[in-house]
Write a protein that binds this ligand. Structure first.
Ligand code: ADP
Ligand code: MG
Length: 278
């Protein structure tokens, strides 16, 4: 009986989301831990089978750091921000576009889906310009997204998996923040949902209690308060930006929970924080 209830609960969501696009930022524990990795790949393959078009954008900070350490490449920081010089960029691209991207593609294949991996440089999917302000090297801000490439891949039955690198108008390669890249892609695709997987139970309020749902206005106020710091700032900012750009709902969810993605989209309660509406 329990099983049938789960299926019945999911049914209206499947019906509602069939044909829609979900952009998912994949990172953190869900990408590092073997079991979670398999479950994520299965969730993504399943979404595709029920008619959703998932688009995956992945991070890779910890993996890049490990490779830099292995190669004894020293890291320079400016005001706490890693400087991506030419040598570092070479490793960033190797790790993101080579190792991680292909591992995700393979995991989705092993889970029964069909994926195509590409970086933002391929087909000029993402064009970027050097981030203004303090010089932290080859780090860019998204200028344009060529959504057609992703639509073509999705329409051919494949799941696009995007590494957050971008082509510069100046001919250089830029590393872009994966959350921001996912947000820009979600806007360009007019996605139904932008889902950011992370390693906390959602956005926490000043009392460290996870917030299950916020409007854009509430999120803007919270983002300006002391309750939100570090990596959560670009996440909330990019959710707000995505909502402003026509994305219907945004979610910041706990990737450490098995099948977090399916739980968020196919159950009444969901998990993590939803930001939607004004
Ligand atoms: P990711 O690798 O998923 O991008 P980040 O470390 O960049 O993760 O961002 C998430 C981190 O933001 C959390 O681990 C937490 O330390 C920090 N953070 C700051 N403020 C908040 C908040 N209000 N709610 C949740 N996390 C927060
Ligand atoms: Mg981050």
């Amino acid at each position: 009986m329990e099983k049938i209830e789960v299926l019945l609960e999911a049914f209206p969501y499947i019906k509602k989301f069939s044909g829609c696009t979900f952009v998912v930022k994949y990172g953190g524990a869900a990408m590092e831990e073997e079991g979670l990795r398999k479950e994520f790949a299965r969730d993504v393959a399943l979404l595709k089978y029920v008619g959703v078009n998932p688009v995956i954008v992945h991070g890779g900070g910890p993996q890049i750091e490990r490779m830099l350490a292995r190669l004894n490449i020293p890291t320079r920081f400016v005001d706490g921000l890693r400087v991506t010089d030419e040598e570092t960029l070479e490793i960033v691209e190797m790790v993101l576009s080579g190792a991680i991207n292909k591992a995700i593609v393979q995991a989705i294949h092993n889970a029964g889906g069909q994926a195509i991996g590409l970086s933002g440089k391929d087909g000029k999917l993402i064009t970027a310009e050097k981030t203004k302000g303090k010089d932290i090297g080859f780090v860019g801000d998204v200028v344009r997204v060529n959504a057609k490439i992703l639509k073509d891949i999705s329409n051919s039955g494949h799941i696009p998996v995007v590494a957050p690198l971008a082509a510069g108008a100046d001919g250089a390669t830029y590393n872009v923040n994966a959350d921001t890249a996912a947000g820009s892609i979600a806007k360009a695709l007019r996605a139904e949902k932008l889902v950011l997987l992370t390693d906390v139970p959602g956005v926490l309020d000043a009392d460290l209690k996870p917030i299950s749902s916020m409007t854009g206005r509430e999120a803007r106020i919270l983002a300006k308060s002391d309750a939100v710091r570090g990596g959560m700032i670009p996440k909330i900012t990019c959710c707000l930006d995505a909502l402003h750009g026509g994305v219907k709902k945004t979610h910041i969810i706990d990737g450490r929970v098995a099948h977090a993605l399916l739980l968020e989209v196919f159950t009444d309660l969901g998990i993590g924080t939803q930001i939607a509406g004004e």
